[in-house]
Design a protein around this ligand. Structure first.
Ligand code: ZN
Length: 408
């Protein structure tokens, strides 16, 4: 995340979702930026008055969730063309849940994620081209004001001119934050404690790299996300909060968000080891879990391992010299958690859908700490080799009063 918000817009903009870091030196957004999770913690009354949970498998009266890109002429034509390709690809592979239409802002009571969602993109060679419509935009993020939500892509000219893959991966990163919101909390206002920040940001970090690996043949996985700074992982729970909120996520020890991305990769590896999931199934669960159950043991309920035990497991990855000229210090030896070269987001989400087809089954060894309502999920026809061994809870909806939040 870099230069997320200008001070001028702080009062009006409620932070929705963090963004990808290209440089870590300028990541700290203003402390005054308020997260919806913070602002809504502790008030239980709104959830009880919400409508019935949305069923993503049923056609929504407002249709599919769409985007309305606004691409400024300051961007190179080839970027604008590539943007269209990327957005189309992502919408095909990972369509946004139409339940996002029903997302209700906790404070305003409005459906605050409107379709089509505006995407504002421009080159930082010019100032914000939409100062009247959306004053103070800068950086890359998903932002909102309680009435509407939009994507900001202020592209750095250095990235555009230098062919940096980040100019494309950031699109997938921010798109995934919208996907996460639809998948995790479309039927609930953000309140209480949701999944930790590292799952939001690390998930988006994984997706952005999976996307560029598949479509451009390169990603930060190629160099094992280096550097994942070893000392940063000494307290993994620090990554449950953003740097601005007193945590370590997207702080100075989280260069380009790589620590959080590493944590999600490590979770996927752990799920393969402990639950015997295939790589696709493990990533499907790590990237796309259900909204956080309202349980003392939510992480355990969903992943079959306690959060503390997972954090402890990270100690298994040794610290080694970075080997990079530009970074002195030790880094986590992350190579063992890198995904297979041929792993794709398409395969992961297919595994997700296939897993969802098998209803009324639970992952062996995973306790279900709360009552779940099983909903119908559509699925492509199953072939024997694609028969899932385990059920991903992606199409489960938790009880109405469960309280996910939007710390992403
Ligand atoms: Zn992000």
């Amino acid at each position: 995340m870099r230069k997320l918000f200008g001070l001028a817009v702080v009062a009006a903009v409620v932070f929705v979702s963090g963004c990808s870091a290209q440089e870590s030196t300028d990541v700290s957004p203003p402390a005054e930026v308020e997260t919806q999770a913070e602002s809504s913690t502790g008030d239980e009354t709104q959830a009880e008055s919400s409508a019935e949970p949305c069923d993503p498998s049923v056609a929504h009266p407002q249709g599919a969730f769409e985007f309305a890109p606004k691409l400024d002429d300051s961007l190179p034509a080839e970027w604008r063309e590539e943007f269209a390709v990327i957005l189309t690809n992502l919408q095909e592979v990972a369509p946004i849940s139409s339940c996002l239409h029903d997302f209700t802002d906790y404070e305003t009571g409005e459906n605050s994620v409107k379709s089509p969602m505006s995407i504002y993109a421009w080159s930082n060679t010019v100032s914000n081209p939409w100062p009247e419509e959306k004053p103070g935009m800068e950086g890359t993020s998903i932002s909102g004001n309680g009435s509407d939500t939009w994507m900001i892509l202020e592209m750095r000219s250095d990235d555009l001119a230098g062919g940096n893959i980040f100019q494309y991966s950031v699109i997938a990163h921010e798109y995934w934050h919208v996907y996460q919101r639809g998948a995790w909390m479309a039927d609930s206002p953000p309140q209480g404690s949701g999944w930790p920040v590292w799952m939001w940001e690390g998930g988006a970090g994984v997706v952005q790299n999976l996307y560029t690996a598949e479509h451009y043949g390169s990603s930060d996985f190629d160099n094992n996300l280096s550097p994942v700074i070893a000392t940063a992982l000494s307290n993994p729970s620090d990554f449950e909060l953003y740097d601005r909120d007193g945590g370590a996520a997207q702080g100075e020890s989280d260069i380009n968000g790589t620590t959080q991305t590493f944590m999600v990769l490590a979770l996927a590896k752990e799920l393969q080891t402990t639950l015997g999931l295939t790589e696709e199934q493990a990533f499907a669960l790590a990237l796309n879990p259900p909204a956080k159950p309202d349980s003392e043991t939510a992480f355990l309920d969903v992943f079959g391992i306690s959060l503390d035990a997972f954090y402890t497991s990270l100690a298994q990855y040794p610290a080694v010299e970075s080997g990079e000229d530009w970074f002195e210090g030790t880094v986590v030896k992350a190579s063992v958690v890198m995904p297979s070269k041929d792993l794709t987001l398409t395969a992961i989400l297919l595994a997700n859908r296939l897993n969802s087809e098998v209803k009324e089954r639970h992952i062996p060894g995973v306790s279900t700490g709360s009552e779940r309502v099983h909903i119908k999920c559509t699925s492509p026809s199953l072939t024997p080799q694609h028969q899932p061994r385990y059920t991903s809870p992606i199409c489960w909806h938790p009880k109405r009063e469960l309280t996910p939040s939007n710390t992403g």
